[in-house]
Write a protein that binds this ligand. Structure first.
Ligand code: UD1
Ligand code: UDP
Length: 372
């Protein structure tokens, strides 16, 4: 009998990191792979599904504009129960730290279904930052039966919380598997603006920002620092703006119609990953970019007070720039004007695995049933 595995995800980053796994599960003869999307994100999720050609079996379509955390949680919890009762999976897989992940894991737990947690064990140890992700991943970790951890420090975090060693598997991060499928030195964006940017001769800074705890003054400070950099130095900023209306309002307010700041719509994953690989510098509060950029040898300034990805800082390709305007400005200024500091950071070191996380995860899922 094939094992029924339901992958549950709903936002852009989960989709990017789960689609390579879904593809792997689909190919495995011993597994029946079922995909359930909550669509906590709508357009940004659909962009990823299209790139990877993944067609969900269930689409809960829950997204509402300016949705609250309680709305997301309750809609998923109630909606997913019906699907779990119908499908009766052997295991569900959730990813990382979103509210989709936590609510999906909780629903499975309530219905007596095993939970596998992909990208398990990341921690900042500050329950308010990132909010609510630190709590989402900690609670998901308590519920999960199998933990797939990208790095040794993630494994150690789980061990320190009393999670049983035999339930933790060191896999690397599936984002490296995703990048392998995506980066192409001859990539054509298929976009008039991007195809005409002179990446060889211009210093292009790619910017993204969306964290809930940064909405408001911190995000204004971040954008003011970037604005000053563009005014003072010869750099171009490309910023695909997250669809969250609160983010878009602040981006428009600070950058207005600056010539060298290009506020564009979210790119599809192939376009964005290839933009990263051609950029000079990445400035972001995103989690995923802190993993992708080191794999591409691109320095990252993290626009947050802390990170759950200390490996990239240790590897030297990521620097924590904080959320104060002056500090961000100074750190970026140095990387743009001091080639020695830049070269030190751009030496490609990738602490997130060798692109075999998908296979390791599938092998671990199958081994789990042999030992049961
Ligand atoms: C969510 C995750 C966060 C993840 C981020 C990735 C939670 C609590 N947060 O945050 O962990 O890092 O996704 O981007 O799970 N919107 C659209 N279309 C889309 C996507 C979003 O219009 O395709 C708008 C909607 O108005 C929505 C708002 O953005 O209400 C915020 O989306 P939401 O998923 O609640 O939070 P994110 O900040 O995107
Ligand atoms: N990304 C994308 N298009 C964009 C911006 C980002 O495909 O316009 C990808 C990026 O390559 C990374 C992921 O989205 O893999 C990061 O998602 P996000 O910043 O929304 O969330 P986080 O990683 O912070 O959870």
């Amino acid at each position: 009998m094939k094992k029924k595995i339901v992958s549950i995800f709903g936002t852009r980053p989960e989709a990017i990191k789960m689609c390579p796994l879904v593809k792997g599960l689909e190919k495995d003869d011993e597994i029946e792979s079922i995909v359930c999307v909550t669509a906590q994100h709508r357009e940004m999720l659909d962009q990823v599904l299209e790139v990877f050609d993944v067609k969900p079996d269930y689409d809960m379509n829950i997204m509402k504009h300016n949705q609250s955390l309680s709305e997301i949680t309750t809609n998923i919890l109630v909606g997913i129960e019906e699907i779990l009762k119908e499908v009766k999976p052997d295991m569900i897989l959730v990813h990382g730290d979103t509210t989709t992940s936590f609510a999906g894991a909780l629903a499975a737990f309530y219905n007596g279904i095993s939970v596998g947690h992909v990208e398990a064990g990341l921690r900042t140890f500050d329950k308010l930052s990132p909010f609510p992700e630190e709590m989402n991943r900690t609670l998901t970790g308590r519920i999960a039966d199998l933990h797939f951890s990208p790095t040794v420090s993630n494994v150690n975090n789980l061990l320190n919380e009393g999670i049983k060693k035999e339930t933790i598997v060191l896999t690397g991060n599936t984002v490296i598997d995703a990048l392998k499928l995506t980066i192409d030195p001859n990539f054509i964006f298929g976009d008039d603006f991007l195809d005409n940017v002179d990446f060889e001769n211009e210093k292009v800074i790619t910017v993204t920002a969306h964290r809930r705890e940064n909405l408001g003054e911190p995000m204004r400070n971040i954008f003011k620092a970037i604005k000053r950099l563009v005014e003072d130095l010869d750099v171009r900023v490309i910023y695909p703006v997250h669809l969250n209306p609160k983010v878009r309002e602040i981006a428009n307010e600070i950058f207005g119609d600056m010539d060298k700041v290009h506020l564009i719509e979210p790119l599809d994953y192939k376009q964005f990953a290839n933009l990263e690989s051609r950029s000079y510098l990445i400035m972001t509060d995103s989690g995923g970019l802190q993993e992708e950029a080191p794999a591409l040898g691109k320095p990252v300034l993290v626009l947050r007070k802390e990170t759950e990805r200390p490996e990239a800082i240790e590897a030297g390709t990521v620097l924590l720039a904080g959320i104060e305007e002056e500090n961000i400005y100074q750190m970026a200024y140095k990387l743009i004007t001091d080639s020695e500091a830049y070269n030190q950071m751009s030496n490609a070191v990738n602490p997130y695995g060798d692109g075999t996380a998908v296979q390791k995860t599938i092998d671990a899922i199958k081994a789990y049933y042999l030992t049961k």
